[in-house]
Design a protein around this ligand. Structure first.
Ligand SMILES: Nc1ncnc2c1ncn2[C@@H]1O[C@H](COP(=O)(O)OP(=O)(O)OP(=O)(O)O)[C@@H](O)[C@H]1O
Ligand SMILES: [Mg+2]
Length: 233
């Protein structure tokens, strides 16, 4: 089969927790290379949608296709993990001293190296190249716990893309950042988008910011997609 037209396809998607139905009927697609932002109130189910796409939470009904592959059967988790980079909503750096380099290298765990296989020269080169892209090369030996909020988010993005995924999910990446750090993160996202030809789905609570950075906005309300707005460039 030739290359697919869609990075993500969501049809009649229903998700929730026990008897609590959060997403009733979600239908929308993301084209290859497209950058879509999801807006919606707190508790609307934005993060839940990501959990479905990542198969971290089983769906109740409907279908999710990633790069034309139906992933809701649950047998493609490893493949899914290699295709999707994920920056979670709240990600703390943990309590352990670990360098910026090692934190990003860990993002490649399970690809070319694992328990019995050491990271290759190529793994290390890719980590260095990725740190260059997110502008953290000068902090390569720094302890992760000492990074600022903006640096931390650039590190999280580096860790998400170091596996060279085709799809990137960002859950409110710029929340709590000051204007300058937000602008810098936006530039980073722009660069990786082009460099890796990524399809991006970003959760945001800031409509103006989402408008400025994405191709399209979708609004989530009462478990459904309320509006679908294409940006005019
Ligand atoms: N693990 C869970 N168990 C039970 N209910 C949950 C769980 N996680 C989320 N929920 C509920 O599902 C609904 C949607 O939560 P979700 O985290 O997807 O919202 P959100 O749109 O990401 O909100 P926010 O903007 O605050 O991040 C909420 O009512 C929440 O209480
Ligand atoms: Mg959320």
């Amino acid at each position: 089969m030739s290359s697919s037209h869609y990075a993500i396809e969501l049809s009649k998607l229903k998700m929730g927790y026990g008897h609590h139905i959060v997403l009733k009927d979600i239908n929308f697609n993301i084209k290859l290379g497209e950058f879509v932002s999801i807006l919606g109130e707190n508790g609307a189910g934005k993060t839940t949608l990501f959990k479905g796409i990542l198969q971290l939470l089983p769906i109740m009904d409907g279908k999710i296709k990633i790069l034309e592959r139906d992933v809701t059967k649950g047998k493609d988790k490893q493949w899914l993990r290699s295709q999707i980079g994920y920056v979670p909503q709240k990600q703390s750096m943990g309590k352990f001293p670990i360098s910026v380099f090692d934190a990003v290298l860990l993002g490649r765990w399970g690809t070319s190296f694992s328990y019995l296989k050491r990271p290759s020269k190529e793994d290390k080169e890719i980590v260095e190249e990725t740190l260059e892209i997110v502008d953290l090369s000068h902090m390569i030996h720094q302890d992760c716990r000492e990074l600022s909020g903006g640096q931390c988010q650039r590190l999280n993005i580096a860790r998400a893309i170091v596996r060279k995924p085709q799809v990137l999910l960002l859950d409110e990446p710029t929340t709590h950042l000051d204007i300058d750090s937000q602008a810098k993160l936006d530039r980073t996202i722009d660069i990786i988008r082009q460099q890796y030809n990524l399809s991006i789905l970003m959760i945001s609570h800031d409509q103006h910011h989402a408008e400025s950075i994405s191709d399209r906005l979708v609004y989530l309300k009462n478990g459904e997609i309320l509006k679908n707005v294409e940006m005019v460039q």
